[in-house]
Design a binder for this molecule. Structure first.
Ligand SMILES: Cc1ncc(COP(=O)(O)O)c(C=O)c1O
Length: 302
């Protein structure tokens, strides 16, 4: 990336463009899903059943993969039936949808939640919200090797920090496993502190037989998951115009703004080389673009 705020601070940034892996099975999603697909195939199952909201990047990628590779997908959705661009795509991809309501969705971590669904769909593998869990994290561990082989093309022999957005923390846990202490992983939380990420990462690392070390978390949520503001809209517009890289506001926009703020505050040492993961999710922009444009107009007027 060639950006003024990086040059001024003497910091170099490279993006791992997982948004370019596939237009539909985009970002970190394929890496989280692949181990579950392998598990389903080993068990002789015919597909996957999973959970998410009406804008879920995870369900979108799962449904797209099901359509592409010919396996069955069922989505359990939060809330009451809604018509969103994502939901339209899920249907078009052939995913079978059930709307759980809000109270029903809150039960998703309760013991026994899956039992009735497994009875109804015994031929499908249940996968937690967002493709979370140890298999999902292990699927992301391999990303570290994939990024290392690309360093030479940048003329880099190494890097100092690896930045990634954290929702459930599964991708971050995978990167910590893959790094095995070689580089610090910085997780920019898309959800405010106290919503479970801080507990989930040590659990995943423990399950993987790793120490709870090699990473730190920062709150990049800007007051709430999916909360948008004028500063974020302005930063994203500038970043996209200067770099040509598309962002979405909930994860990658907030990740890069948090990095920008750390760099400008002098918390990233001059001479640092940073890799940030572009975790995709661009399909979600469709439902947010009007709000982003509005915020951007407001901040230009102000
Ligand atoms: C685009 C995007 N980036 C990052 C994340 C965070 O991933 P994780 O839940 O593994 O922390 C998500 C979450 O699903 C996402 O959709």
């Amino acid at each position: 990336m060639r950006l003024d705020w990086l040059d001024t601070a003497g910091v170099e940034l490279a993006l791992l463009r997982l948004d370019l892996v596939d237009e539909q099975v985009s970002g970190n999603k394929w890496f989280k899903l692949a181990p579950y697909l392998r598990q389903a195939a080993d068990l002789g199952l015919r597909g996957l059943i999973s959970l998410g909201g009406a804008h879920s990047n995870h369900l979108h990628a799962l449904a797209a993969a099901g359509a592409r590779f010919g396996f069955e997908t069922v989505g359990l959705l939060r809330g009451l039936e809604q018509d969103t661009p994502t939901v339209r795509d899920l249907r078009a991809f052939g995913m079978h949808l059930h709307w759980l309501g809000y109270a029903g969705y809150r039960e998703r971590h309760a013991p026994g939640f899956w039992a009735p669904w497994q009875e109804r769909y015994p031929h499908l593998l249940p996968v937690d919200e967002g493709g979370g869990g140890l298999p999902g994290a292990q699927g992301c561990a391999g990303l570290v090797g994939q990024l290392r082989v690309q360093l030479a093309a940048l003329g880099w022999d190494d890097y100092h920090q690896l930045w990634v957005a954290a929702g459930s923390g599964t991708t971050l846990a995978g990167l910590v496993i893959g790094e095995n202490g070689a580089h610090e992983v910085v997780g920019a939380m898309a959800v405010p502190s106290g919503h479970g990420v801080e507990g989930q990462i040590p659990r995943l690392l423990h399950a993987a037989g790793r120490a709870n070390a090699g990473y730190r978390l920062i709150d990049a949520s800007r007051g709430g998951f999916a909360r948008l503001d004028a500063q974020l809209a302005r930063f994203m517009a500038g970043f996209q115009a200067d770099s040509g890289v598309p962002l979405e506001p909930l994860y990658t926009g907030k990740l890069l703004l948090a990095l920008h703020d750390d760099v400008q505050a002098g918390r990233v040492p001059r001479g640092s080389r940073i890799v940030a993961v572009h975790s995709g999710g661009l399909q979600g922009v469709r439902a947010l673009q009007t709000r982003l444009d509005e915020l951007f107009r407001l901040c230009r007027m102000g």
